[in-house]
Design a protein around this ligand. Sequence first.
Ligand code: MG
Length: 203
Amino acid sequence: MKIICIGRNYADHAKELNDEVPEEPVVFMKPDSAILRKNNPFYIPSFAKEFHHEVELVVRINRIGKNIAPKFANRYFDEIGLGVDFTARDLQNELKAKGLPWEKCKAFDGSAVISDFVKKDSLGDVNNLDFHLNVNGEIRQKGNTSQMIFSIDDIVAYVSKFFTLKIGDLIYSGTPAGVAKVNMEERLEGYIGERKMFDFMVK
Ligand code: MG
């Protein structure tokens, strides 16, 4: 399986990082070794100084697809989870400045936290889902999928122009504003609406 991620999909987050709001989705990938499941702790790696949380809605692909039309994109996923796209921000800034690829700052082990998945029909309108991240019990990031620059259907269609989507592939759909450095012994809890999706410690 593969993990496809969309960057800068919320205008308020693009702004907080002084990035341009993109005209086309910003796409990058993580390998399956990046996955961190089952509320296991995130161990802060030693290769950078500043690891940021980015809470994101994640869709799981359930059919093979290529060149999917946006109006049919909703047939290619039926489960949704909540994840964290951990990012070594200081390293990312260096790589961005040099025009180098992002893998080292985005695709390292443990960088793709993922919750269990729930049926999308149990959540209501996918294009109007509230989600948030608490750090030590306080709300740190909060978004609604209606604020996305590119909707989930648009993203599925767009990425399928480049990559054949396969069953089990995950798409991280971008993060709202409020990203910040994590510190040891912090507790991260993610919610879609009122439903708790993940709860893990930073070590
Ligand atoms: Mg992200």
